[in-house]
Each structure stands twice: as C-alpha cells, then as structure tokens.
Design a protein around this ligand. Structure first.
Ligand code: NAP
Length: 327
C-alpha cells in the first residue's frame, strides 16, 4: 500500500511517501480500504515533526479517514463494503493513520458514514468539522445559543472555524468571524459570517472584564484570545474551547465566571464517546450545507500532503484539505 511514513532518527523526524507491506498494519478487527483522509492542524504538526503528536515512530500519520470495509471480524458489527468514518482515537498518533491506502483499526472506533454524505465530503468535514459540530453541540447543551446576540468564531478561515461558521449561520445565528486574514472577508461572508473582525484585537493581554459582546464562541486559538473572549462574554455566555493555534496558555481570572456566570466548555474529539460521535455526524448531515462545504474544500493527492502540512502550520490553509490517497 502507498502511505506517508513518518520516521525519527535521533532528533530528526521526516515524512516520506513510500510503499509498505500490508503486514505493517497494526492489530484491529476491521481492515478498511481508505478512500480519503484530510490534513488537520494536528496532522501538520505530526508530519512536520513537531513534538507531542506521534508518540511511537515510525508511524503512518493521518488522524482521520473515510473508507470502505475490506475485512471485518465476526462480531465487529461491520461487513465488507460498509462505508465508515474514523476520527481520532490516537490514530495517526500512536496507531497507524489514514494517510495510506489501507488502515486496520478497532471496530468501536468507527462510525457508519451517514447516507446523505459522500465519502469525499465526509473527509472534507474530517476531524476539524467533526470538532466544530462537537463545539456547536456543547454550546447548545449550555443553553447559551437560546439567547439573542452574536456568536464569535476565532480561527475563522481555518478548518474548525470555517465549518463552525457554516453550521452556526445555517442554524440561524448571527456569526462574527475573527481572522488574521482580512483579505478572506468575502470567503468568510460566503460561509455565513455577518461580521468579519481582525484577530489582532484579541491577541494582546486584556482586562479580565470587558464590554459584553458575545452570547457564545467557538475558539481555536487559546492563549490571550481565549482569555479576551471570556472577558467579553455576555452574562451566562459560553465558550467552546477547541484549540491552541495561538497558545496552550490561558492567562485569565475567575472574574468572568463569578461575575458573569461565564461557561468554558472543553472539546475533545479524540476520545468522544460513540453515541456523541453518531449524534455529531447526524447533525452534520442535517445542518451543514454540503455545497457550501465544497466551496471551502481543496483536494490533493498523497504526494501533495506534506506540502499542505507545512502550509497549515504557517496558517496558510483556507478551509479544509482532503487527501485522495489513491492520487
Ligand atoms: N480539541 C480537539 O479535539 C481538536 C480537534 C481538531 C482541531 N483542534 C485544534 O483546533 C485548532 C484548529 O484546528 P484546524 O484543523 O482548524 O487548524 P487550521 O485549519 O490551521 O485553523 C487554525 C486557524 O487558527 C488561526 N490562527 C493561527 N494562528 C493564530 C494565532 N497566533 N492567533 C489566533 N489565531 C490563529 C488561523 O485562522 P485565521 O487565519 O482565520 O486567523 C488558522 O487558520 C488547532 O489548534 C487544532 O489543534 C482540536
């Protein structure tokens, strides 16, 4: 099978396209012919050798894939020909991942592909879009989206941000997009953002309580951005914290929590329980405009995946990038 292969020699990590024997695959009760994978921020980190993602080298990177079951053990709940999605579970981190023509995984990690979504579109949603929907579900559970007002999405032109905007606006919310790429304002408006603002206004340390602007927010940045968003939440507002594109730090105080009843909800797509995964994919099938999804998607072959990994770390990737592993 063709695969990306990340190796480590001393302190040097490198990723190359190679041919691997099928017996490279790790234990699992379902073998999947991968149709499509994608490049998420985490894949960029893994492929480019940033520490903390791949825990055991050598490894096939790729934290998600969409494919067709080739072989399934009795009792796995799957049969050859079934279309399946995988997001997370340490795939592409500790277990061979999706940037290959085949994968072998545990059946409990797989979610059936909803009928309304094609394999390529499911990969376009990928872990980023799945995470965006987990964030929307968390905001809904908090009750914050029942209030009138604006929802802020940071990291707006990235994968999580783009899909969060598309879903929230389709659900009827007024969405403000925060971006470092103001030249992408037309793109962000095409996804449904009502307002586009410069992320620079969130990137410096700010006061612990600021003017109340947002009923809710989806944050991919962390750091000063998340601290400032917390300080700008309306009473009872909620931030769903997904990422650390700015920083893993959170230089905040308890004041937004004890004086404005702010809520901070964490989002973890890797270990999300199965029932929540099925719910999120069902909601994506119903609440994401799939033609709009096409407009934010670029498709590349396995040969180009490494270049995209480099670009995503540089903040140069707009929306989502699907990898057609047969190309
Ligand atoms: N919790 C989870 O389970 C989970 C799942 C998926 C992703 N994530 C995390 O979520 C984040 C987004 O992932 P992604 O795949 O959507 O990546 P992405 O496509 O690269 O999007 C990240 C976006 O963040 C913005 N950004 C970059 N540097 C920034 C900075 N210094 N300050 C503020 N914003 C900055 C950029 O948007 P603009 O150019 O529009 O400003 C960039 O496009 C990453 O940190 C990723 O690790 C977490």
């Amino acid at each position: 099978m063709r695969a990306l292969w990340t190796t480590k020699t001393g302190d040097t990590v490198s990723t190359e396209l190679t041919e691997l024997p099928d017996d490279t695959l790790m234990p699992g009760d379902v073998t999947v012919d991968v149709d499509f994978s994608s490049i998420n921020y985490k894949d960029g980190m893994a492929i480019m050798g940033r520490p903390g993602i791949i825990r055991n080298h050598p490894l096939v990177p790729g934290i998600d894939f969409v494919g067709t079951v080739a072989d399934a053990a009795a009792g796995s709940g799957f049969a050859p020909g079934d279309r399946v999605i995988l997001n997370g579970w340490g795939v592409g981190e500790t277990h061979h991942g999706g940037l290959a023509e085949r994968a072998r995984v545990k059946s409990e990690w797989l979610v059936p592909l909803p009928e309304a979504i094609s394999p390529q579109r499911a990969a376009a949603i990928g872990t980023a879009g799945f995470t965006a929907m987990l964030a929307v579900l968390a905001l809904e559970r908090s009750g914050a989206l029942e209030n009138d007002g604006s929802v802020l999405v940071t990291g707006a032109a990235g994968g999580v941000g783009s899909i969060a905007i598309a879903v929230l606006s389709r659900l009827g919310h007024r969405v403000t997009a925060s971006t470092g790429r103001l030249d992408e304002a037309d793109y962000l408006r095409s996804l449904g953002a009502s307002d586009v603002i410069d992320r620079a206004q969130f990137s410096e340390p700010g006061k612990p309580l600021q003017e109340q602007r947002w009923i809710a927010a989806v944050d991919s940045a962390g750091g000063n951005t998340l601290a400032n968003v917390l300080a700008q939440l309306e009473y009872g507002g909620t931030v769903a914290a997904c990422g650390l594109a700015e920083s893993a730090g959170l230089p905040s105080t308890v004041l937004p929590f004890i004086l404005r009843s702010a809520n901070l909800m964490g989002i973890n797509s890797v270990n999300a329980p199965h029932a929540l995964r099925v719910q999120a994919w069902d909601r994506l099938a119903r609440n994401l405009d799939l033609e709009l999804l096409d407009s934010l998607t670029t498709t590349v072959g396995l040969t180009d995946a490494k270049g995209v990994a480099e670009q995503i770390l540089a903040g140069q990737v707009r929306g989502r990038t699907v990898v057609d592993v047969r190309r």
